[in-house]
Design a protein around this ligand. Sequence first.
Ligand code: GRF
Length: 193
Amino acid sequence: MVPSTGYNKIRTAVLISGRGSNLKSLIKFSRSSQSPISIDFVISNKSKADGLNYAKKFKIKKKILNFKNKNLSEKKLLSILKINNINMICLAGFMKILSKNFIKKFKGKILNIHPSLLPKYKGLNTHKRVLNNKEKYSGCTVHFVNSRLDSGKIILQKKVKISKKETVASLSKKILVQEHKLYPKAILKVFNL
Ligand code: GRF
């Protein structure tokens, strides 16, 4: 992607389903002078997602698309993205799988964050599976989204050490701190910054 200059930051939408802590860290980053992106739209498939409060707080446009009918919701999403000149999508805890067709239209412009060292532990309940397997390390990954779940090209990863007394809660907390740093770094890398 071509890096932005001056005030022309790449207009970006963030897709969420829940808490939105990565959304918050992305908004903060996007408002720094070093950020090549601006966050101009927040989409949630859940009307009660806590993350929507950040859209309100930071005065960012938002829309709920429930994805019960994926085809219809993706059509609406495409139209929102077009009308708002959105050129990049960051998935941040978005629990729906985008269709191949949609991804093709935004090829190389959709990023996701996953709380494991991909390609290990794709999918849900990563921390539980990591601990059950007595792994010594876990971490988080930012990757491009392709049509296969958590399988697109890796942009950046951060490794964390698992302690002897680690629980799902403590590991998830530890990794989340790193996620908030990794996503902005990965965006800078995508733009060769
Ligand atoms: C994060 O752990 C992210 O890696 C995963 O879902 C979680 C979302 O958390 N995809 P939040 O909504 O950003 O707080």
